[in-house]
Design a binder for this molecule. Sequence first.
Ligand SMILES: NC(=O)c1ccc[n+]([C@@H]2O[C@H](COP(=O)([O-])OP(=O)(O)OC[C@H]3O[C@@H](n4cnc5c(N)ncnc54)[C@H](OP(=O)(O)O)[C@@H]3O)[C@@H](O)[C@H]2O)c1
Length: 230
Amino acid sequence: MSNYFIVGASSGIGKAIAEDLAKAGHHVYGTFNKKQCGDQENLNYHFLDVMSENFDLSFLPEKIDGLAYCPGSIVLKPFHRIKADDFVSDYQLQTIGAIKTIQAVLPKLKDSGNASIVLFSTLAVQTGLNFHSMVASSKGAIEGLCRALAAEFAPSIRVNCIAPSLTDTPLAANLLNTEEKKLANAQRHPLKRVGSAEDISNLACFLLSEKSSWMTGQILHLDGGMSALK
Ligand SMILES: NC(=O)c1ccc[n+]([C@@H]2O[C@H](COP(=O)([O-])OP(=O)(O)OC[C@H]3O[C@@H](n4cnc5c(N)ncnc54)[C@H](OP(=O)(O)O)[C@@H]3O)[C@@H](O)[C@H]2O)c1
């Protein structure tokens, strides 16, 4: 059984990943920020705010076999209404938070000898979408980071990135809070539905496992066909 560290395991996709890995019998160390969570079998929760200077990961064991970094944001605004500082704070959460986390746990991932990192991008990097300039900028950096670290860490640590389209989690609640919005968003997708946290967790668990041991540096478009089909 492996040790997994899931940052942002109190909600949405990270919660689904943490619970799926714990149910499979792995030891999972998950974090919450605002939404405090109680421990479950094989799943221990700890507080972490990646925006704070106090980056205490002393609760982690010596060796970590897999890391998923899940904090993110979706702020959709016309470009001219976004201040430069807003881009900086989004980048701090989505990109610098991932960098700080990876740097802090790198020795533990190296100890595994066979570790896997999963990062999250968005459809809006591959496909230009109105009002997505902020998230596309931060997640574009994540895609570059993924490929660069995959090269630097091979062969001992694999790094892959999932780029979902709209997925039904608390993060996307404003976009899916009426039946009309749900239906319209489902219809935009060639597969006629938005994603679920479980859709994304299935792929993340595969990427974190030995079953994907020949895959690194990939951006996986998990988006109901949005990025590939007309
Ligand atoms: N949902 C979508 O439509 C969608 C689409 C494309 C990409 N994504 C990406 O997928 C990833 C997961 O998204 P999600 O929908 O599962 O989001 P979510 O439901 O909002 O969950 C985000 C998690 O990150 C944690 N978090 C937020 N701020 C944090 C901070 N400062 N320090 C530490 N942890 C923090 C949250 O903790 P608390 O809840 O405890 O505060 C929560 O556990 C994100 O990177 C997102 O950008 C999502």
